[in-house]
Design a protein around this ligand. Structure first.
Ligand code: PLP
Length: 387
């Protein structure tokens, strides 16, 4: 089996696992305990926080550890939305139409149950949010702007620095979901100018089930998980010490090895894009050619059922992903496919191929050997089904 789905998740780096292991048993203390067991655990969490802060170029007390990227998005958006509404009454939230469900469904929830108003920003046909459109859409009643750093489905990188600048000039809080971006893009929060930034470890060779949120000092935020005073009173619950240690080590290695990792995957990725567009009829690249994550290739094939193609690929020994949500009998193109303006006959045939440190040129060769035939097969099966 060849794994080509690194945007869904990555294996844990063995160096990360080694760093985590002692904190499951040998040093198992609760960081809130006063005794020495607690002190050891507390100092591990403190060191992890300092490490993450130094990677992000911020203060340690601006890092909140969470249980995942989704929770970081929730804490940022809910926490700031409640806090700002309480202060100023503002109740509008601006977000792009191509956000991850951790953001879009959080916003829909705030709209339905909490009385917030959501304004969805259009993206262009490559999935990019324009800073000018953000500037036009901001009004007096705007509480927060949330735009993802890089898109998980189509790999498009947004001009986050420019959007942050627009928000700052209008004194509006800016949150970015960097869960997908952190593996390959700069994450210096001073240079980016963001107020809040979400991260999740399992997208960069750390464990699943741990995330972090950068919250700039002075940002109004209300905890949405109440209980003990952990994480500066912003996220209750005994800290997951081994996973927090793993998060910090995975991020450290990522920042250190980022260029090497990108140099490994990018030429392989480019070969895939070139070969697919050249050899497969009625195929298109989704997202942008230039402003794109280096490990990420994504396509749509006209008149192909993306989920069927995934099953055929799986049977042939390749693990890939599609953008469309799998609903038995009645598949719908994903919101991202709709947002970039693809019709149903194209949008349902999406395929995402994402590479990583373990991908070899031979993997790519064998993938490119089988893909054209499988696309053709999926196309025939779909047409027959409609007869
Ligand atoms: C994976 C991902 C998330 C969710 O992260 P989890 O840690 O799986 O909760 C959020 N946003 C983006 C862009 C992602 O790629």
């Amino acid at each position: 089996m060849i794994y080509l789905d690194y945007s869904a998740t990555t294996p844990v780096d063995s160096r990360v696992l080694d760093a985590m292991t002692p904190f499951f048993n040998a040093s198992f203390g609760n960081p809130s305990s006063v005794h020495r067991y607690g002190q050891v655990a507390e100092s591990a969490v403190d060191s992890a926080r300092e490490m993450v802060a130094s990677m992000l170029n911020c203060r340690p007390d601006e890092i909140i550890f969470t249980s995942c990227g989704s929770e970081s998005d929730n804490l940022a958006i809910r926490g700031a939305a409640y806090a700002i509404r309480e202060r100023t009454g503002a109740k509008r939230i601006l977000a792009s139409r191509a956000e991850h469900p951790a953001v879009t469904n959080t916003l829909k929830h705030l709209e339905k149950y909490e009385g917030f108003l959501i304004e969805w920003l259009d993206v262009d046909e490559r999935g990019r949010v324009s800073p000018e459109k953000v500037a036009e859409a901001i009004c007096e009643d705007t509480a927060i702007v949330s735009v993802m750093y890089a898109n998980n489905e189509i790999g498009t990188i947004n001009p986050i620095k420019e959007i942050a600048k627009v928000c700052r000039s209008k004194n509006i809080l800016f949150h970015t979901d960097a869960v997908q971006a952190a593996a390959y893009l700069p994450i210096d929060v001073q240079s980016l100018g963001v107020d809040m930034m979400s991260l999740g470890a399992h997208k960069f060779y750390g464990p699943k089930g741990v995330g972090a949120l950068f919250v700039r000092k002075g940002t109004p935020l209300i905890s949405h998980l109440t209980g003990g005073g952990q994480e500066f009173n912003l996220r209750a619950g005994t800290q997951n010490v081994p996973y927090i240690v793993g998060f910090a080590e995975a991020l450290r290695l990522t920042v250190m090895e980022r260029e090497r990792r990108a140099a490994h995957v990018k030429p392989l990725r480019d070969r895939i894009i070139g070969a697919v567009l050249e050899t497969i009829p009625d195929s298109r690249l989704t997202g942008d050619w230039e402003s794109r994550l280096p490990h990420h290739a994504s396509f749509v094939f006209k008149d192909v059922d993306g989920n069927l193609l995934l099953a055929l690929l799986d049977a042939a020994g390749f693990a890939c992903s599609s953008g469309s949500a799998c609903k038995t009998g009645n598949p719908e193109p994903s919101e991202v496919m709709n947002a970039i303006g693809l019709s149903r006959e194209w949008g349902l045939g999406s395929l995402r191929v994402t590479l990583g440190v373990q991908t070899t040129p031979a993997d790519v060769d064998s993938f490119l050997k089988v893909l054209p035939g499988l696309v053709e097969k999926a196309r025939k099966l779909k047409l027959n089904r409609h007869d």
